[in-house]
Design a protein around this ligand. Structure first.
Ligand SMILES: [Fe+2]
Ligand SMILES: [Fe+2]
Length: 144
């Protein structure tokens, strides 16, 4: 079930901001190790970053789909399109993380893995912005 933090814009936004800034920091750490040629710590940082996406960001998405989105739909069935779109964003994040894991198994920390880590930051940032806009903006008031 959705905790109260998800239902309030300010606390929900704080979860998004905390999640994104942690991911940016860990991505930068990974890049620093690679630039220093420290492969061992780079691998560790990549493990840590994948773990972070799963436990911090994907688990937030899971929690939303398990309760919060359902509650929004129950209160307002016209939000279905928004919920479908936002769920697809979550799926994109899940797909990219799973692609990163497969790519690392075959090619290690290749440039395409790094591209996908950057892609996660972009998709997640857009998703959070859209979620805040679609689910917390009063549909009947200003449309500007
Ligand atoms: Fe979300
Ligand atoms: Fe969210």
């Amino acid at each position: 079930m959705a905790g109260p933090a998800l239902k309030q814009l300010q606390s929900h936004r704080a979860i998004h901001e905390g999640g994104l800034s942690g991911a940016i920091g860990k991505t930068e750490m990974l890049i620093d190790f690679l630039q220093e040629g420290d492969q061992e710590n780079a691998e560790r940082a990549a493990n840590d970053l994948v773990d972070y996406w799963k436990t911090r960001v994907i688990s937030h998405a899971d929690a939303e789909e398990d309760g919060f989105y359902q509650e929004i739909l129950n209160e307002n069935p016209s939000m279905e399109k928004s919920v479908v779109q936002l769920t697809r964003d979550h799926d994109l994040i899940r797909i990219i993380v799973s692609d990163i894991e497969s790519l690392r198994e075959t090619d290690g920390l290749s440039p395409s893995v790094l591209q996908k880590f950057y892609a996660l930051l972009v998709v997640n940032e857009i998703h959070s912005r859209e979620e805040e806009r679609l689910l917390f903006t009063e549909p009947s008031s200003e449309n500007a």
